[in-house]
Design a protein around this ligand. Sequence first.
Ligand code: AMP
Ligand code: MG
Length: 417
Amino acid sequence: MISVEAALELILSEIKPLGMERVDILSSLGRVLGEDIAASVDNPPWDNSAMDGYAVRAIDTRGASRNNPVILKVIEDLPAGYVARKAMKKGEAIRIMTGAPMPEGADAVVMVEETEKSEVRSQKSEVRIFRETKIGENVRKAGEDFKKGGTVLTKGATIRPAEIGLLAAVGKAHVPVYQRPRVAVLSTGDELVDIEETLASGAIRNSNGYTIAAQIKACGAAVFQLGIAGDNKKDLQEKLEFGLTADCIVSSGGVSVGDFDFVKDVLREMGSEMRFWKVAMKPGKPLAFGIIGGKPAFGLPGNPVSAMIAFEQFVRPALLKMMGKRDIFKRAFDALLTQSVKKKPGRMHFVRGALEQKQGQLYATPLEGQGSGILSSMAKANCLIMLSEDAKDIKENSKVKVQPLDESLLYQDKPGY
Ligand code: AMP
Ligand code: MG
């Protein structure tokens, strides 16, 4: 039996990122950036106004107040997208809109609320400035967002809406991203029937094929369904061989020590070097991993929760690494256990739990129904409470490490402020 850490390290040592492809900018959402992106321009390209108001020379506003305004001559009106035709001289101002380039000679902007415009004659106008301003006030400096030649995004970053905006700002209509792995999913077991088939006696519905496919999709990879294989070598081999056209194979069931658990044997006969097949964890102990035809193959346990948890711990980081992602491990949070948990040393436990925050402290509560076939408690859980391999019975209020399961931890029934 191999430890969770050693198994993960061994798996990841065999995984290499896939190649690159170019996709249009919006299709890159959620993908992993394949290259560093350098800025082709300064952003903003020039000093510009952060406010609607008047571009001024700060020195001309010295001493200005409500009771004692400074009067400046307005020489031009400047909307965003236009450049001032005139340079500003002493005693002059230019009406300026947010985002418009700073006129030559101006060094500050007074917001419109601190001014009053007065028409003098039809062509000429003046503005009263009610507040003294400093050099640089309400001016956004050229390059303050990013500078030409600088790296705006780095390879391995996951592309979110903010990254999409930056890509647009540097003129990237197409984006180099890592290819998504295509992952073959095989469910094994003579007892399995597909969703819409009738449940004859002794049969159960293939749920793993769907949970695992969903976990693959949730990682951002693509699913290739191989369906159900019976517990015989011929069927298993046929279906697994079909799976070799994918980038990775994930099966469930048939990896235990039962009389009909042939997945390991078949993988071996197909030329796979089995790296290990038992991991010191609960649930999820039977887990086979090997490489066939250069492709990683995971034989997950058949019990629905074991399969899910083994996927989260091993297959997810492997797929994320194939996708070139920089950070591939789930973050762990420290929480206090709200009730004691019985445990024997020897295996790392992943306990389905509910994580809550009260007065700034995280509390983890183990859920009812921890059997490895009880999928409904997995649906109620928002986290896995991780109890280390050598830990014994754990007392209430002990500090434990908790792994968030998915986005459910990010949402609640009321605003969080
Ligand atoms: P096995 O690892 O093949 O011995 O399966 C362990 C348990 O998981 C058995 O109760 C199986 O019926 C169940 N099981 C195996 N594969 C699936 C599946 N695809 N969907 C739901 N349950 C499964
Ligand atoms: Mg089976």
